[in-house]
Design a protein around this ligand. Structure first.
Ligand SMILES: [Zn+2]
Length: 333
């Protein structure tokens, strides 16, 4: 895995104001917030301080979008100065969208700017690498949001500014359930990958899987020998079914703790939701199980067919003579 996710704070860390952060993965960069800082007492003649975007200007072809968390000046104030240089679309919650639009008009920077209003919990594909969705948080301004940025290496949660307020005046509470879901998903994929690497889990999983295949193979072999020896198929099928069941049951713990857990985790790492990854994995497991059962039953029916033909053919005496031979099949010709 050579690709890296770079997280580059361009302002707002260790200081108040000019919040701006870039996420870079391969050929894509997204930027979170684009705020100003207000000058201190001694900074005579300075109206506003904006972030240094020379890192972005050097990689201008990679810049895909600016994502806004909320409408405070220290998060949107630098847009009229920086947007004309970066020339990328802006995505913002609706109140911030209104404030930004007015601000761009006022500074005559509205032309050529694309500002998209967003709603929470809607996924936007941005560039090749990023799947972005916003979630509601509480803050001292309405319509504030955090951002979940799905990347090929995992999900980055940027809360924006927030406070936990269970009774906000606008009634729009912090979406803690969605944050909890992210936490669970991240924990699950982390646990899944850790499990994959643990030999004490993988070893029994592999052994149980091998035992499952072995028991099915043994069952098929026993049935073939049984048919050869003239045991009717009505008796052979239950043996095969029982062996398949034993195989499936012995494979189950191995599958659950090892292969499947890891598969779900790996699917989640590639950006597929936990629900989709789990149901996809289950479907694959069921499909392979039924495929094995179907192949086994077809083999039985096929052999039974030839057995009957051998029994009714004139040289059936030869087939009973050939019990020490490989199978009854050659005599069916
Ligand atoms: Zn704020």
């Amino acid at each position: 895995m050579t690709s890296q996710l770079r997280i580059i704070p361009l302002g707002g860390l260790g200081e108040i104001g000019k919040n701006m952060m870039a996420l870079e993965y391969e050929d894509d960069i997204v930027i979170i917030d684009c705020g100003v800082q207000f000058p201190e007492e001694g900074m005579f003649g300075v109206d506003l301080i904006i972030p240094d975007i020379s890192y972005l200007m050097d990689r201008i072809d990679k810049v895909r979008a600016i994502l806004i968390t909320h409408g405070h000046e220290d998060h949107i104030g630098a847009l009229p100065f920086i947007l004309p240089k970066l020339k990328c679309p802006v995505y913002a919650p609706r109140l911030a969208h209104g404030l930004i639009t007015a601000k761009l008009k006022e500074r005559r920077a509205a032309r050529d700017s694309v500002v998209n209003p967003i709603d929470p919990n809607v996924v936007h594909q941005i560039g090749e690498a990023f799947e972005v969705s916003w979630f509601r948080v509480c803050h001292s301004i309405p319509d504030a949001m955090g951002i979940a940025i799905g990347t090929p290496l995992g999900t980055v949660i940027h809360t924006g500014d927030f406070k936990i307020d269970h009774t906000p005046v606008d009634g729009r509470i912090f979406d803690l359930p969605v944050l909890r879901r992210w936490r669970t998903d991240l924990q699950a994929s982390h646990d899944g990958l850790r499990r994959l690497a643990a030999p004490r889990v993988m070893a029994p999983a592999v052994l149980l899987g091998a035992a499952a295949w072995l028991s099915e193979g043994m069952a098929l072999w026993l049935i073939l020998r049984g048919l050869e020896a003239g045991i009717p198929i009505a008796q052979a099928v239950p043996i095969y079914a029982a062996a398949t069941l034993v195989g499936a049951v012995s494979a189950l713990p191995g599958g659950l703790i090892g292969t499947e857990g890891s598969m779900i985790a790996l699917l989640q790492q590639s950006g597929i939701s936990r629900a989709a990854a789990s149901s996809g994995t289950l479907l694959v497991r069921l499909a392979t199980l039924w495929f094995a059962v179907a192949v086994g039953l077809l083999a039985l029916l096929w052999l039974h067919h030839f057995k009957n033909m051998a029994a009714t053919s004139p040289d059936s005496a030869a087939s009973s003579d050939s019990e020490t031979g490989d199978t009854a099949l050659p005599s069916a010709r």
